[in-house]
Design a protein around this ligand. Sequence first.
Ligand code: HEM
Length: 562
Amino acid sequence: MAARLVLSLEGLRTFLDTDVSRTVVIAINLGFLFHVTILRNVEVENFMYQLLEVLSLATGGLVFAYHIVGFSIVGALTRVAIIVFSFNSGLFLSIVIYRLFFHRLHKFPGPKGAKISRFYSAIIAAKEVKYFKEVDRMHEKYGDFIRTGPRELCIVRKSAVPLIYGPNSECLKSTWYMQVDSNYKKCSIHMTRDFDNHKSRRRAWDRGFSIRALNTYEPRIKAKVDQFVTQLSKSKGPLDGTAWSMYLAFDVMGEVGFSKDFGSVASGTEHPAIKGVHEHMNILGIMSHVPWLLNLLSCIPFATAGYTGFFGWCASEIKTKQKDYDPNQYPQDIITWLLKSFLEKDASASSSAEALHEDSRVVIIAGSETTATTLAAILYYLALQPAVLAKLQSQVDALMPIPSSWTYEKMKSITYIDDIINETLRLKPALLTGGYRVTPPQGIQVDEQFIPGDTNVFVPVQQIHTDKRYWKQANEFVPERFGERREEMGTEGAPFVPFSLGAYSCPGKNLAMISLRIAISRLAQQLDISFAPGETGETFDKEAKDTFTTTLPPVMLRFTQR
Ligand code: HEM
């Protein structure tokens, strides 16, 4: 009856030309209904663009309908604005009531704002871009199970680590990974949420990090490190350890990832393509808390202008590599391994050309930022604790008394090098909070606490690495806890996940370890490292930013020839 009435112009006029207060009540109820029946039951990230299209069409349609039944344009716009406002008020009210009182996580403690909206995390992350510190504060106030988002829990328990990240975990990647594209066929390996797609693509990556492949990278890394050490030893004054670690890590990834020389170490400057990416790390650190919004923003051309240079560089490199690809030659870099799968249409190939391009960017970003911050932190600790540097130097000297006696095999037998790397990764992990997962439908049991299914969960890496319940002298730099003092300090059972675990763990771990081992052994062999006059290291220690991968402030160091 109502439909027939609406279908005639007269009927439409009667339907629309009702009293404003009645229209408001109907719109509020529709908002409620929309949330309860549709929005509450779907992952909005999957339908965002369709939802926006429907809402824009409905709004435009309403303006048109009001106009044809006799409202002026201004009158129609005003009426529709009232309807949109009322609809959204109903919608938001329903969301707030549901999330606070009826949601499956409503009993978990946490800030009220976080229970209502993901924008809360973005706002507190924006304060200083130190979300990991905010998590610290929440942990102190609310305990080990904190509701950090409407459907997100932060869990500061050692027993949660294998359950969420372990090889047998049933947890998958959460909605956090939908910030680039909801279609997994267009995503990088890092952002794909499809378990099977991820599993098959990982094979192509793992081939690029096989022992044989790593052996082809090692001499090129050594050559880059030697250039790095020469540059540091030639410097007349203090150098910024953070910037120089970045130059080395980028050059190494250029070489190993693309067989390209970025020339950062030679010039002592950042490659222009990567500069834009660095300038936008803070925005990423904040906006990644609202993945659907980041996804939307990435569609606005000027919003991604900072990345244009970097995207362009990767795209042109892929094009060149594709042209020069020789199926009979053993691949010399990671991109050629990925390209090989792609061109040979192997099951492990990136799912589309877009995905291949995304993967090429991941090589640089995931491979260099992380290694660079770890190397910078190692330099900081060696300057801060001269006894550690002296011990390292004496072990290196005993085995390789002159620089030309250095070999990777000999160096590898100095386990103290790995102890230093591990202890640095414990205190200053390259990912401070990250690793967002979603629980399986049946939920998981973490100690006394049941975590319902379809809950986004994470264990904050920095917190769990410095938790006094699991680590002795938790905040002190003691590399020996990974070596001769392992038993005494209880390292074996303590949660240590700098490279994550299981299916989604870091495929580049061995490459990173090789680069770091070569860098610190060659540095220790040839140079002394100390803080520059006036540098205490305090800013470096306290002002790290949580931009998914860590962003470290400068640390001024003096490198002198031994
Ligand atoms: C010290 C150095 C490094 C650290 C601490 C590190 C740490 C991590 C962590 C914690 C993850 C998991 C991220 C998540 O759960 O979202 C990850 C993933 C990843 N890392 Fe690394 N990484 C390092 C170096 C490298 C290098 C050298 C590469 C080489 C390209 C690399 C490539 C990747 C890729 C491709 C992923 C995504 C893996 C997947 O989703 O299957 N990383 N890394």
